[in-house]
Design a protein around this ligand. Structure first.
Ligand SMILES: Nc1nc2c(c(=O)[nH]1)N[C@H]1C(S)=C(S)[C@@H](COP(=O)(O)OP(=O)(O)OC[C@H]3O[C@@H](n4cnc5c(=O)[nH]c(N)nc54)[C@H](O)[C@@H]3O)O[C@H]1N2
Ligand SMILES: Nc1nc2c(c(=O)[nH]1)N[C@H]1C(S)=C(S)[C@@H](COP(=O)(O)OP(=O)(O)OC[C@H]3O[C@@H](n4cnc5c(=O)[nH]c(N)nc54)[C@H](O)[C@@H]3O)O[C@H]1N2
Ligand code: SF4
Ligand SMILES: [Mo]
Length: 771
């Protein structure tokens, strides 16, 4: 077999018997945050097989199951073939097939009437996470509709990577990620790169082998382990990585901030910090030291349900290892204290001298300084329209370019109250909020029903599409798209190899609609033309266009330097230092103090917890964490019964310890109700012997494409929806962070009597939950 791949080295396309083989990059949909190198095998206009590209340094021939099974999704009989117009009531699932031109006519007329009768900002555009439309839809919002209101699909507190990003950007002037050599095409070759194997990697609330989150491929951690790296894992559950760790910190969900503060305490009290880096490159160390004094391991041990000596051991091991990297995940964001927790963890790698060193946490930007993201096209908006962005009152969100989305919870409130102004139209691309993204699904269900006009652009008819869409637009999948892909490195080409019915790519839809509304902002002909434009005008370090990237390079790695702060590579003025007001890593955050926020890391109890709400805890005696990623699913995707993913994971699962299950008389596989003061849902019990007896871990994103689409069923979307139990609009003072991973619940067996009214009926027809 090796000869086969050797013989095609350097080729972008070849024949293998009846198959045409194309070397390119995959990127949603179906979704994922990553862009692995693939070989697509097509025959007779159909995708038949996908292999990992052994020559691509990113994934080195490996693939997750979801890419291996991609033909099942691409050729899935449930995919809508053409644009649809709603003919019945919302929720009746009655549609008429229309042409793309008819769909654009209807949308254009609606947009123009909103422009005339209200204002462009009454249109809001939302997307899901990290898929191949995260610059296209912002551009549509700002540069075609003329609205500043772009955000994720009701993601409460923007709590997916944005809290961590905003904390990092304000402390360091840049983003940092764990260094597993991913920025070098030569990868683990320590003779020819400056990279060093991390002595320790901390998996902090991140199960990267399942999630591959934020363009970090989990397999890299395993590659490092094979080269000697030891692990520390911070997770309530004994994950695959936790089980292979030197230290496992089984903390109570929602207490990461308290743990990080205690680790800082140990490192400072025991003089394990890097004096050279702190004295030369950090600002506010004394204030930080003063703040963490009270955070003794004993104090945090009580809060976190982890032994004080284990906290000490982890702090010492991390601080003494050289180099050491922290790979952190979503639970940091998904807490009301998300921002201060991220500050604390960032301080850990700063004071131990692991900032931008080989094998530490490196400063990374997009390849060739390409800067198209959530802010792409924002400058086409007049200043007075920018000022109307919903959420502009949160300076961390709206000032200094740390992030440029509207505030999702405030958009929900604007829909509900008409304040500060009404939202008349919603554009939803690649998001299925009532199945998944919204933390309070029933509340969002009721709110979106009241919006005058809703467009849903998706791969499948989802519960969101059936419940709200006036127009549905069928989206092209990954092998049906011509575009480019960047998120950190490398820069990658994406080449179309098949066409499904009338589906169109997100780039094509945005271009065609944009040309009707603001042609001056869309000076390219089509998707390839747009990609060409981005490569030639927004990617200063790259010398090619679409054709060079897709047909010559496939992927390109820019040069990479460590210790950029020493070399004057970070600041616009070319001086050494970090791109912050003080030029240093701000342990004491000077812009936070300017805006009236606490400049130092801190922690407080989640509002629903054994200690903050003891009366609730009496009734709901489990701490509930939700949404840990599985290998089979990407959020609400891959639930179609034709997919191997669904075959291997047919039912929604929640986990509790064997002891707790026994005490409640429950057994593996029992269908149970999970319930709290807000609502309930049913999932199947999977005993997880590693959990603390007081903790329950439940899945998110469940709907059942095989069930009735029309309401009240709505594909059973509320029946097993853990987001019946979560609040919306409970955010940190910065607007960031939400308690997705720290709630309370009780658990009881499903019986015929207590299952008479299922949640989907209760929510869709009886106005139930989240009152
Ligand atoms: N297969 C798959 N991959 C995905 C996704 C998917 O749906 N499926 N989603 C993508 C998205 S958008 C994201 S944001 C990432 C998220 O991916 P990750 O950052 O890995 O986050 P999670 O999987 O939510 O949780 C990681 C681990 O945190 C543990 N945990 C739960 N609560 C807490 C807590 O309070 N503190 C700590 N320290 N740990 C806790 C869980 O037990 C779990 O093992 O994954 C991305 N990748
Ligand atoms: N309880 C709980 N809830 C959570 C989480 C949790 O941990 N716990 N995690 C939260 C997080 S971090 C996130 S990021 C959100 C994610 O939420 P979303 O990103 O909104 O994920 P989905 O609900 O799966 O919706 C994505 C939709 O996009 C479609 N799609 C995929 N690729 C494409 C494409 O290329 N083009 C188009 N047009 N459509 C496409 C899919 O078919 C799917 O219907 O969920 C959040 N919800
Ligand atoms: S990380 Fe996994 S699912 Fe994502 S692109 Fe790579 S192989 Fe596919
Ligand atoms: Mo996310």
């Amino acid at each position: 077999m090796e000869d086969y791949y050797e013989s095609h080295k350097g080729q972008v396309e070849w024949q293998d018997g009846d198959y045409t083989v194309t070397r390119t990059t995959v990127w949603s949909g179906p979704g994922c945050h990553d862009g692995c190198g693939v070989l697509y095998y097509t025959k007779g206009g159909k995708l038949e097989k996908v292999e990992g590209d052994p020559d691509c340094a990113y994934n080195q021939g490996t693939l997750c199951m979801r890419c291996l099974e991609m033909p099942e999704a691409v050729n899935n009989p449930r995919r809508p073939t053409r644009p649809l117009k709603r003919v019945g009531e919302r929720g009746e699932n009655k549609w008429e097939g229309i042409t793309w031109d008819e769909a654009y006519d209807i949308i254009e007329a609606k947009v123009r009437s909103i422009w005339d009768e209200y204002a462009p900002e009454s249109i809001a555009c939302m997307i899901g996470t990290g898929r191949a439309n995260c610059w296209q839809v912002p551009y549509l919002c700002y540069s075609a509709f003329g609205s500043p209101n772009f955000c994720l699909g009701f993601l409460s507190g923007e709590s997916c990577f944005q809290p961590r990003s905003a904390a990092m950007a304000s402390m360091n002037g840049d983003f940092l990620i764990a260094d597993c050599s991913q920025q070098f095409e030569k990868r683990y070759d320590t003779e020819n790169t400056e990279w060093r194997v991390p002595e320790i990697i901390v998996n902090w609330g991140c199960n990267a082998v399942a999630s591959n989150s934020d363009n970090f491929y989990g397999g890299w951690i395993v590659d490092c382990m094979q080269r000697g790296t030891k692990l520390i894992t911070v997770d309530p559950s004994l994950t695959w990585l936790a089980a292979r760790s030197e230290v496992w910190l089984r903390l109570r969900p929602g207490t990461d901030g308290a743990l990080a503060l205690a680790m800082l305490n140990v490192i400072i009290e025991e003089d394990l910090w890097d004096h050279d880096f702190v004295e030369n490159w950090c600002y506010g160390f004394d204030e930080l030291a003063e703040r963490v004094k009270e955070w003794t391991p004993e104090r945090s041990a009580e809060i976190c349900w982890v032994e004080a000596d284990t906290i000490r051991a982890a702090a010492r091991r991390y601080a003494e290892a050289k180099p050491a990297a922290i790979q952190w995940g979503l639970p940091i964001d998904q807490a009301v204290m998300g921002i201060p927790t991220a500050q604390a963890i960032n301080a850990l790698w700063a004071i131990t001298g692991n900032t931008d060193v080989p094998g530490g946490n490196i400063i990374i930007r997009n390849a060739f300084d390409q800067n198209v993201s959530y802010n792409y096209g924002y400058n086409n908006l007049p200043a007075e329209v920018q000022a109307k962005r919903i959420g502009a009152e949160y300076p961390l969100m709206s000032k200094a370019g740390f992030s440029s989305t509207a505030h999702s919870d405030s958009i929900l409130q604007a829909i509900e109250t008409g304040e500060p102004y009404p939202i008349r139209m919603l554009w939803l691309t690649s998001t299925n909020p009532i199945a998944n993204m919204a933390s309070d699904a029933p509340r969002v269900f009721r709110a979106v029903k009241t919006v005058d006009f809703v467009v849903v652009n998706d791969l499948f008819l989802t519960p969101t599409a059936v419940a709200f869409a006036d127009i549905f637009l069928p989206a092209a999948m990954s092998p049906e798209r011509d575009m480019q892909r960047v998120w950190w490195v490398p820069l990658r080409g994406m080449k179309k190899v098949v066409q499904y019915a009338e589906a169109k790519s997100d780039d094509t839809v945005v271009t065609e609609l944009g040309k009707r509304l603001h042609p001056e902002n869309f000076p390219w002909d089509d998707d390839k033309g747009w990609t060409d434009n981005i490569l030639r005008t927004e990617t200063p370090g790259y010398d090619g266009g679409y054709d060079d990237l897709c047909n010559r390079d496939v992927w390109v790695y820019p040069d990479f330097e460590y210790r950029k702060h020493e070399k004057g590579l970070l600041r616009p003025d070319g001086q050494p230092g970090f791109n912050t007001p003080t030029g240093r890593v701000e342990l004491y955050n000077s812009v936070f103090s300017l805006w009236g926020y606490d400049p130092l890391p801190d922690w407080a109890e989640p509002s629903c917890s054994p200690y903050a709400s003891p009366e609730l805890y009496e009734e709901y005696p489990f701490v509930l964490t939700t949404g840990a990623r599985s290998f089979e699913f990407f959020h609400s995707e891959h639930r179609q019964p034709e997919l191997t993913s669904r075959e291997l994971h047919p039912d929604p699962l929640f986990e509790m310890s064997a002891k707790s299950a026994a005490e409640l008389g429950l057994h593996e596989g029992d269908w149970c109700w999970l319930e709290n003061q807000r609502g309930r849902c049913r999932q199947k019990l999977h005993v997880n012997p590693s959990l603390d007896d007081r903790v329950v871990r439940a899945e998110h994103g469940w709907w059942f494409p095989e069930r009735e689409a029309a309401e009240p069923s709505l594909y059973g979307v509320f029946d097993s929806n853990i987001n019946n139990l979560l609040p919306q609009c409970e955010n940190g003072v910065t607007g960031y962070g939400a308690p997705y991973k720290n709630q309370l619940c009780k658990v009881y067996l499903c019986t015929e009597e207590n299952s008479e009214t299922l949640p989907s009926l209760h929510v869709t027809k009886m106005g139930g939950y989240s009152k």
